[in-house]
Design a binder for this molecule. Structure first.
Ligand code: UDP
Length: 249
């Protein structure tokens, strides 16, 4: 069992001191097409650990789309609000799976839920969460914003603002940034190195949902879209290497 490293010093090479990592629930399902694939969760946890070792303070939000999405439930006749609460509960399962994987690697974590469930996770108390970050605990924010009709993209942007993160890192599988069209369908698709939030809106690029983009843009919070499936990719970007797209105001 590796010894936990509670308070690593900030690596001078790190471009950011405190970041938000947003990953979709689907990133955790591996090739299964549904649910959780523990080896995939462990692989992502190893990537997070390499950044934690740089002394970077890490917030995480994980979606729930590998288990349940409110919109699909309501499309099949469920009442939308109930379906959204189910989606939020799905994110708690994913957060617990990530917590287990990170702690297995000796990284201290807290799961912090927007919906109270004290036996399972801490309630969200902003100042307490900031203190965890200062103590270099990875804070995994679960249950989205706690409100139906939102997504975990908005939750990630909201918590990133509240926690004074310097950027949101959006880890994607099989794509190394934002393209002008779908690179899986168009061989001539061009990746943007940088793009403004206004252009993301104007060109209708599918990066985050509109409320998340507005919240990031209006608070000058940069978004970095990078490949999550490239080993060392997350750490590389923190040290100024690798391919990614940066979205800013
Ligand atoms: N959700 C919600 N409020 C929030 C965040 C999430 O109601 O603040 C629900 C919503 O039903 C959503 C589901 O939780 O479909 C899972 O989140 P999301 O779709 O963002 O997951 P991802 O696509 O990132 O896996």
């Amino acid at each position: 069992m590796p010894q936990p490293q509670e308070k690593p010093e900030l690596d001078p090479a790190a471009a950011y001191k405190r970041v938000m990592l947003k990953i979709s629930g689907e990133a955790l399902m591996g090739d299964q097409g549904f649910g959780l694939h523990p080896p995939t969760v462990q692989r992502i946890a190893r990537e997070v650990k390499t950044v934690h070792e740089m002394g970077v303070e890490i917030c995480m939000v994980i979606g729930g789309g590998n288990i349940f999405r409110g919109l699909s439930g309501s499309a099949q006749g469920m009442e939308r609000t109930t379906a959204d609460y189910m989606g939020m509960l799905a994110t708690v399962m994913n957060a617990l799976a990530m917590q287990s994987a990170l702690e297995g690697l000796g990284v201290f974590t807290r799961v912090i839920s927007a919906i109270r469930m004290d036996e399972v996770a801490e309630p969200y108390i902003r100042r307490r969460a900031v203190r965890h970050l200062e103590k270099k605990r990875v804070c995994i924010f679960a249950a989205g914003t706690g409100n139906p009709y939102f997504t975990t993209d908005t939750a990630a942007t909201l918590r990133a603002n509240e926690m004074a993160c310097e950027a949101i890192f959006m880890g994607k599988n099989g794509v190394d940034g934002i393209y002008d069209k779908d690179p899986k369908e168009h061989a001539d698709a061009v990746r943007y190195d940088e793009i403004s939030y206004d252009d993301v809106f104007a060109k209708r690029l599918k990066v985050m949902d509109a409320s998340a983009i507005a919240l990031a843009r209006d608070n000058n919070l940069p978004l970095i879209v990078f490949p999550l499936d490239e080993p060392g990719g997350f750490r590389g970007i923190l040290s100024g290497e690798g391919t990614y797209t940066k979205v800013q105001g």
